[in-house]
Design a protein. Structure first.
Length: 62
């Protein structure tokens, strides 16, 4: 069955294969990056807010 890729989250290379859902919590955007056959969640701060309250993690394995 074909999925509508327009509704699927994309990784940094524009691929939509099994990419984790992009989450926005007001402080960070989690984006999926496929590295060495693993999906890595990387969080990026929005604006110049400090994300110490959430416990900033540069990358974690999904």
């Amino acid at each position: 069955m074909m999925r509508n890729s327009a509704d699927e989250p994309k990784d940094s290379k524009g691929n939509d294969e099994d990419c984790v859902e992009i989450k926005t919590d007001g402080f960070n955007n989690a984006q999926c990056e496929r590295i060495a056959n693993r999906h890595i969640c990387q969080t990026y701060p929005q604006g110049k807010r400090q994300n110490t309250l959430l416990g900033s993690k540069s990358a974690r394995e999904c």
